[in-house]
Design a protein around this ligand. Structure first.
Ligand SMILES: *Cc1c(COP(=O)(O)O)cnc(C)c1O
Length: 333
């Protein structure tokens, strides 16, 4: 495994903290729960995309780009962190966002605007279908655009989570911990592919369990196939001799509910419980759903009291402000 020749731009603060959620664990009468605080990566209110962007923006700079283009939902955490990274490096940033412009910008969208990026509203095309046209226009204007893939989930983005695994291993050892499961929100596949590769590279016995957030597909390929192929392509990139098969991919799709970004009782309970026992904010779209999944798996006995869980907090809390109407518990006083 060798990736130290790959360009990287420092954008965040690492290592992120690894903390015990002993009160939540007690409340659930459940297993030991630790949390990896990637909501504290430091770039523009943090999140897992900061790790990916260190390698992806590193590549953009190495290739002489002066303009960054990426896509996502209107409340995309990925787009917000990309906008901040671009601003910090003096790069022009174009975001292609799904839906249409709301009457008032809040949450991540407000932050995108504060970072001064150009926003293109794409209607139903929230996964970057309109990017080729925009790139062509930018080239005509004499710019050197660089496209950051949807969710930052290419080999460079996944590589960041091999590096993150290494960071976790070093904390785990110095704190004398062991984990049976690593649980996190999985949506465009980069986090999961990188953690799968990290598990192999560090010969770790724990299960890497992605909680599926989106019914959809990435690059027109079903999500599980995309993630598996990304793990294999990333292994090649770093010269690791692994071939992942379907049995290596644990993707739990039981909690997708009504689909991407549709907040229900599961997310409401998880957000309230984590905030009110631990003083930690989850987000409505990703970590609220993933924690809701973990809570349910504890209740139905899929995860046992004797297990030891690491919940990887991937960020996203800025979206809370845009979802206040869906957080029923917080509206009832
Ligand atoms: C993007 C994102 C995820 C999912 O990560 P992927 O690598 O896209 O699967 C999870 N949580 C939050 C808060 C995110 O912004």
């Amino acid at each position: 495994m060798n990736y130290y020749h790959i360009a990287r731009e420092s954008l965040g603060f690492f290592p992120t903290p690894l903390v015990a959620l002993s009160k939540l664990s007690k409340k659930l009468d459940g297993p030991t729960i630790f949390m990896k605080r990637d909501d504290n990566t430091g770039l523009a209110l943090g999140g897992n995309k900061t790790r990916k962007l260190e390698f992806i923006i590193g590549d953009a700079l190495a290739k002489g780009a002066d303009t960054i283009v990426t896509a996502g939902a209107a409340q995309s955490n990925h787009c917000r962190q990309t906008a901040a990274a671009a601003a910090s490096l003096g790069l022009e940033c174009h975001l292609v966002l799904g839906g249409k412009e709301p009457a008032q910008a809040s949450g991540n969208l407000l932050l995108d605007k504060i970072f001064g990026c150009h926003i293109h509203w794409a209607g139903a095309n929230r996964k970057g279908e309109d990017i080729p046209d925009i790139v062509e226009q930018l080239i005509t204007q004499g710019k050197k655009p660089y496209v950051v893939p949807y969710g930052g989930s290419n080999e460079l983005g996944a590589l960041a989570f091999v590096e993150a695994y290494k960071e976790l291993e070093s904390q785990r050892k110095s704190m004398n911990l062991s984990f049976t499961h690593i649980i996190f929100a999985s949506s465009s596949g980069g986090t999961q592919a990188g953690l799968m590769l990290g598990k192999k590279a560090f010969n770790s016995p724990c299960q890497i369990v992605g909680i599926n957030i989106d019914k959809g597909e990435t690059d027109k390929v079903p999500f599980d196939q995309y993630t598996l192929s990304l793990a294999n392509r990333t292994a090649k990139l770093i010269g690791a001799d692994y071939e992942f098969s379907e049995s290596d991919l644990i993707l739990n799709s039981d909690y997708v509910g009504e689909g991407y970004g549709v907040v229900g009782a599961l997310e409401n309970e998880a957000i309230a419980l984590t905030a009110q026992t631990e003083g930690i904010l989850l987000d409505p779209v990703y970590t609220g759903r993933a924690m809701g999944g973990l809570i349910d798996m504890i209740r139905i006995g899929v995860i046992k009291k004797t297990d030891s869980v690491l919940f990887w907090h991937t960020g996203g809390a800025p979206a809370l402000f845009a979802y206040s109407n869906d957080l029923d518990f917080a509206q009832k006083f």
